[in-house]
Ligand binder design. Structure first.
Ligand code: NDP
Ligand code: HSE
Length: 429
């Protein structure tokens, strides 16, 4: 059987996962790819670092030139993460006629045009399945299985770290800080958890999925983003009382050729399957105009699940040698679609105020909502305190503009201490 040499850039979580899969499933991979895959070089930052996997010093290198200049290496698997070096190394590898597999959503969401253009020019293949939702084969699903459809909607839980934190807050009754600490101890959240907790990771992933699904290049800066830092135990408790569970959702919808794109904490009905996606698991619901609704569920992170997507891409390159879907193809001027401004979006809302329990506070608040065309479905008030009382509402569908206008006025009422939370509701209609 013919041998093919590959190089892996990065031997951390995902890099070691890829190594383990190539070893453990060697026979199956040979059979399916028709090649014997040899990892010729692995790029790391610190060549002397103590590693859990015993690996020959000859394979490890801290010099990218050892890989770029080795003509026998045909595929480069980028798993170092980050932006600058990862992008530059991929460009250099393509210019040296090597195919690329990457799990780097940050680079794809920012520079897919440039990278795919170089891949085209150099006649090499560029695969990125693991960049969205780890082990869930969502890119292939959109690009291959669902190509007969016009995709109308994607709703996903696509960040494992935040889903772990919210699951712990919901199921174990702990606060955000404690849940974050647990996520860090378990190695899910980074020491600097900003990208996950503040929603950037989900925004990058949504930009990739939406670009491919709606046939238009989406700038991730245009996606509305809110993270989960402000979610309190009280919101979790009130959401439960109203029959909802709080999840960080990534939402993309197309209506009348306009796109709605947002990542934010969301109340979802507790009996919906998405409400039962717990811990680090991910799930993505897609609605196509032919297939209807379908849902993919699985591990969105971790060494082996992510490695599974990466090795799948390596095998695809060896097997098909066909060009995978390319975001740059959808980025021509004629394909641009308008993205709705956040204030134009409509949703039902959960709103929690902190008020003084005085006659008229509820009436005054309800009057302002009414004057701004915001209709209330239900409300609940905690009567155990007098001057510091949570008062929570669920509204009918309203525009964000009407909600904001109401709350501006409600804030200035004498007996309203604070507006504590405004969280959108997704009813999956
Ligand atoms: P890790 O931090 O665990 O590993 C990074 C690896 O890259 C380390 O081996 C490190 O070397 C090496 N490295 C980092 N910077 C450089 C550099 N400048 N030059 C050479 N080597 C470098 O990252 P992960 O494995 O978690 O993530 C890799 C990629 O996969 C990222 O793009 C991430 O977003 C993506 N991803 C990760 C998932 C996960 O579950 N972790 C899931 C889906 C995607 P050394 O070992 O010497 O420190
Ligand atoms: N940090 C990501 C998450 C994993 O928590 O889902 C990599 O995509």
């Amino acid at each position: 059987m013919e041998k093919v040499k590959i190089a892996i850039l990065g031997f951390g979580n995902v890099g070691t996962g890829v190594w383990k899969i190539l070893k453990e499933n060697k026979k199956e991979i040979m059979k399916r790819s028709n090649y014997e895959i040899e990892v010729a070089k692995i790029l790391v930052k610190d060549i002397n670092k103590k590693r859990d996997i015993a690996i020959s010093k000859e394979i490890l290198t801290d010099n990218i030139d050892d890989i770029i200049n080795d003509e026998s290496i045909k595929i480069v698997v980028e798993l170092i993460g980050g932006r600058g070096e990862a992008k530059q190394y991929m460009i250099r590898a393509m210019k040296a006629k090597k195919h690329i597999v990457t799990a780097n959503k940050l680079v794809i969401a920012n520079w897919s045009d440039e990278l795919f253009k170089i891949a085209e020019e150099e006649k090499v293949l560029f695969y990125y399945e693991a960049s969205v939702a780890g082990g869930i084969p969502i890119i292939r699903e959109i690009n291959e299985s669902l190509t007969a459809n016009r995709i109308q909607q994607i709703i996903g839980i696509i960040n494992g770290t935040t889903n772990y934190i919210l699951s712990k807050m919901t199921n174990d009754g702990i606060g955000f800080e404690e849940a974050l600490k647990e996520a860090q101890e378990k190695g899910y959240a980074e020491a600097d958890p900003t990208s996950d907790v503040d929603g950037y990771d989900a925004v990058y992933k949504l930009a990739i999925m939406a670009s491919l699904s709606f046939g238009t290049k989406i700038n991730h800066d245009a996606i509305y983003r809110e993270g989960i830092r402000s979610i309190s135990s009280l919101d979790i408790e009130y959401a439960k009382k109203f029959g909802y569970t709080i999840k960080l959702l990534a939402i993309a919808k197309e209506e009348n050729s306009k796109l709605e794109l947002r990542v934010h904490p969301t109340l979802i009905p507790s009996n919906h399957p998405m409400a039962n996606v717990n811990d680090v698991f991910n799930a993505i619901m897609i609605k196509g105009n032919a297939v209807g609704e379908l849902m993919l569920y699985g591990r969105g992170a971790g060494d082996l699940p992510t490695g599974s997507a990466v090795v799948g891409d390596i095998i695809s390159i060896l097997r098909n040698n066909v060009k995978p879907a390319d975001i740059s193809e959808v980025s021509e001027e004629s394909n641009f679609k308008e993205i709705k401004k956040p204030e134009e979006n409509e949703a039902e809302f959960y709103i929690r105020l902190n008020v003084k329990d005085r006659a008229g506070v509820l009436g005054d608040t309800a009057k302002i909502f009414g004057e701004n065309n915001v209709s209330i479905i239900s409300m609940t008030q905690d009567v155990s305190r007098e001057d510091d009382v949570p008062l929570a509402f669920i509204t009918h569908k309203s525009t964000e503009k009407n909600i904001r206008n109401s709350l501006e006025k409600i804030k200035s009422l004498e007996n309203v201490n604070r507006v504590e939370s405004i969280i959108r509701i997704e009813s999956f209609n």
